[in-house]
Design a protein around this ligand. Structure first.
Ligand code: NAP
Length: 480
C-alpha cells in the first residue's frame, strides 16, 4: 500500500501571492515528494465577504488538521475588520517564533557581494506592539501597549539557540532597546543573558538594536543569528533581506508548538501583481524550509540547490540588479524545475539537523514574587490646564487623602515639580501619587477613593499601580 501523502494547507494570498505560491507548488511537486496540497482562502477576498478576521472557518479547520501551512502574502484592506489577517493567523496558532534567514546568493549582485553573508533573524512573533492593543487616550493622543512576557522571551531565546545548534551556527546576538525600555526590551535581554550559558558551544552577546542596524549596514558579516522582539525583528529582517538582494529572496518560517506557517518576508507587492514579474525565490525557499520541517530534508536540499543553480546560470527576475532581459515568474520556475537534481558550484548543500523546539508550557505560566508592595499609583488624566495650575487643583482635591502628588509628566517629561526642560504640552498628563507615610500600606479601597476625588474634577483614562516585586521597583522612572 502506498503511504498516505502529508497534507499541506495552502493560502495563495493576495497580489503576487498566487503567482509565487503556484511557482513553489510546481517546484515541490516536481521533486516527487509525497505531499498533497489543500488550497484554502484567506485575506482580501475573505474580508470582502465580510469575514472580519480575514480567515474563514474552513481555513482554520484545515490548518488545525494539517498543522503545516505554505502561504502567500495577505493584505488587510482598509475598511474591513480591525486586524491584519497575518497577525490573526500567528496569534490563533501561537506561532511564537519567526525565523528569517538570508544569505549571499550566487549571481545576485549586491553592495555586499563577496562577503559571504549568512544571517538569521529570529523574531518574537506574537507579543510586543504587534499584539495591537491600542487606545485613543484623548482625541489627540494615542497609546499602544507593549506587552512582553518572561514566557515569550524564554521561548524565543530557546528557539534561537535550538536553531543555531541545528544549523551548526557559532554565535547568537540578542538585539534590544533595553537602554530606554528597561522593563519590556530589558526582559528579553535579561532572559537571554540568563539562558545563554546553557549553550556553551555558542558565543552569545547582547547588542542595542540601533547599533545592530548600524553594524548590519557596516560589517554585516559579524552576525550569525540575531534574536529580537517583534517590531525590531520585522524592521531588521527587511534590512537584512536588502543586504542580500531584496525582499524577493527572503524566506521565513513561523514556528509554533503545533502549527508552522511558511511564507516569504515580502508582502503582496500590488504594483507588480498579475504581471508574471514577481520573483518567486522567497516563497520557493520558504517551501524548502517547510519540507525540512516535515522531515523531507532531501527534497528541501534539492529545491534549494536548484534555485542556486538557476541563479548561478544567470537566470534573473526583474527585481535583481543589472538585469537586461529579465525572466518572468513562470520562466524562472521552469528553470528551477529543470535544475532539480543539480548541485551548486558555489554553495553546496549545508548540513541541517532537526530543530529541537522548547517544550510547550501548558496552562497559565506564572512568575511569582515572594514579596509585593504598592508604592503609589499613576493616574492618567485629560486636562487643558498648564502643569502648575493642574498640580494646584490636584493638591486641593487630595488634601485629606493618604496620597500626595509626587510628580506630573507630559509625554514622559517631568513638568511638575518645576523642570528646566521646555516641552510643548498636550492635554494628556500622567499624575503620580505616593503615600504621605512612606512606611504605610494601602490597597484598592484607598486607590478607588483617590480616583473618586480626582475623577470628580478631571476626566481620567487609566491608572497604573506602582508595584515593587521582591524589593525591586516594577515601574519606570521618568526620563527627566
Ligand atoms: P511588499 O508587498 O513587500 O512590496 C514592497 C516592494 O518590494 C514591491 O513594491 C516590490 O518593489 C518589491 N517586491 C516585494 N516582493 C517582491 C517579489 N517577490 N518580487 C519582486 N519584487 C518584490 O510591501 P508593501 O507594499 O509595504 O505591502 C503590500 C501589502 O502586503 C500590504 O497590504 C501589506 O499589509 C501586505 N504585507 C503582507 C505580508 C504578509 O502577508 N506576511 C508582509 C508584508 C506586507 P518594486 O516597486 O521594485 O516592484
Amino acid at each position: 500500500m502506498t503511504p498516505a501523502k502529508r497534507k499541506i494547507t495552502i493560502l495563495s494570498g493576495d497580489g503576487i501571492g498566487p503567482e509565487v505560491v503556484d511557482a513553489a507548488i510546481a517546484i515541490i511537486k516536481a521533486t516527487g515528494v509525497a505531499v498533497e496540497f489543500e488550497k484554502c482562502e484567506a485575506g482580501a477576498r475573505a474580508f470582502e465577504k465580510g469575514i472580519v478576521t480575514g480567515i474563514p472557518k474552513d481555513t482554520i479547520q484545515s490548518i488545525e488538521r494539517n498543522r503545516v501551512v505554505l502561504k502567500g502574502p495577505l493584505e488587510t484592506p482598509i475598511g474591513y475588520g480591525n486586524r491584519s489577517a497575518n497577525v490573526t493567523l500567528r496569534t490563533l496558532f501561537e506561532t511564537y517564533g519567526n525565523i528569517r534567514p538570508v544569505r549571499e546568493l550566487p549571481g545576485v549582485q549586491t553592495a555586499f557581494t563577496g562577503r559571504a553573508l549568512d544571517i538569521v533573524i529570529v523574531r518574537e512573533n506574537i507579543e510586543d506592539l504587534y499584539a495591537g492593543i491600542e487606545y485613543m487616550q484623548t482625541p489627540g493622543v494615542a497609546e499602544s501597549l507593549k506587552l512582553i512576557s518572561r514566557e515569550g522571551c524564554e521561548k524565543i531565546v530557546k528557539l534561537a539557540f535550538a536553531f543555531a545548534l541545528a544549523e551548526g551556527r557559532k554565535a547568537v546576538h540578542c538585539a534590544t532597546k533595553s537602554n530606554i525600555l528597561k522593563l519590556t526590551e530589558g526582559l528579553l535581554q535579561h532572559t537571554f543573558e540568563e539562558l545563554a550559558p546553557g549553550y556553551p558551544s555558542i558565543t552569545s552577546k547582547h547588542i542595542l538594536i540601533d547599533n545592530c542596524a548600524h553594524q548590519l549596514a557596516m560589517r554585516p558579516e559579524q552576525f550569525d543569528v540575531i534574536v529580537t522582539t517583534n517590531m525590531n525583528g520585522d524592521i531588521l529582517s527587511d534590512l537584512t533581506s536588502g543586504l542580500t538582494g531584496g525582499l524577493g529572496f527572503a524566506p521565513s518560517a513561523n514556528i509554533g508548538n503545533d502549527v508552522a506557517i511558511f511564507e516569504a518576508v515580502h508582502g503582496s507587492a500590488p504594483d507588480i501583481a498579475g504581471k508574471n514579474k514577481a520573483n518567486p525565490t522567497a516563497l520557493v525557499l520558504s517551501g524548502a524550509m517547510m519540507l525540512r520541517h516535515i522531515g523531507e530534508g532531501k527534497a528541501a536540499n534539492d529545491v534549494e540547490q536548484a534555485v542556486l543553480v538557476t541563479l548561478e546560470s544567470g537566470i534573473r527576475t526583474s527585481d535583481m540588479m543589472g538585469v537586461d532581459k529579465p525572466a518572468s515568474t513562470t520562466d524562472f520556475t521552469q528553470a528551477v524545475i529543470a535544475n532539480l537534481g543539480k548541485t551548486s558550484r558555489l554553495s553546496p548543500p549545508k548540513k541541517y539537523a532537526e530543530v529541537k523546539l522548547p517544550p510547550a508550557q501548558l496552562g497559565v505560566n506564572v512568575v511569582s514574587a515572594k514579596d509585593r508592595r504598592l508604592a503609589g499609583v499613576d493616574i492618567y488624566i485629560e486636562s487643558n490646564l498648564e502643569p502648575k495650575g493642574l498640580a494646584a487643583e490636584l493638591e486641593k482635591l487630595t488634601t485629606s487623602s493618604p496620597f500626595a502628588l509626587q510628580m506630573i509628566t507630559n509625554r514622559g517629561a517631568i513638568v511638575f515639580p518645576a523642570s528646566d526642560r521646555r516641552v510643548s504640552l498636550v492635554d494628556h498628563y500622567r499624575c503620580r501619587f505616593v503615600l504621605r507615610d512612606s512606611a504605610g500600606k494601602f490597597g484598592d479601597p484607598e486607590i478607588l477613593s483617590l480616583l473618586g476625588s480626582v475623577g470628580a474634577r478631571f476626566r481620567w483614562m487609566h491608572i497604573e499601580k506602582l508595584q515593587e516585586f521582591d524589593g525591586e521597583q516594577a515601574y519606570s522612572k521618568s526620563q527627566v
